[in-house]
Design a protein around this ligand. Structure first.
Ligand code: F3S
Ligand code: F3S
Length: 105
């Protein structure tokens, strides 16, 4: 799966959403999250993020490794909705993201 990391927090550019062929990039309150089971690893989202927030799971920089878990756990209660567009903004975040101080960009 691909993973969205810290640069997305409090920015949410959303360029990635338009590129995803399976609509598996979901919008939380402070960042977007890629569904680990719905993502087909096409790589289309990665180059379009203006702040380089998106990485293949094996390539997430060390300082942001915990974002793998953040992307996975965001869906603990949501399960596999099968499409982000119909969900709109989901008014929650992974716990570690919710706990971050406001991010400057
Ligand atoms: Fe976030 Fe970059 Fe997408 S800022 S919403 S991961 S284009
Ligand atoms: Fe979607 Fe492909 Fe990225 S399936 S989340 S655009 S790797």
């Amino acid at each position: 799966t691909y993973v969205i990391a810290q640069p997305c927090v409090d920015l949410k550019d959303r360029a990635c959403v338009d590129e995803c062929p399976v609509d598996c990039i979901y919008e939380g309150k402070r960042m977007l999250y890629i569904h680990p089971d719905e993502c087909v690893d096409c790589g289309a989202c990665e180059p379009v993020c203006p702040v380089e927030a998106i990485y293949y799971e094996d390539d997430v920089p060390g300082e942001w490794k915990e974002y793998y878990d953040a992307n996975v756990h965001f869906f603990d209660e949501l399960g596999s909705p099968g499409g982000a567009a119909k969900m709109g903004v989901i008014e929650q975040d992974a716990a570690m993201v919710a706990a971050l101080p406001p991010q400057e960009h």
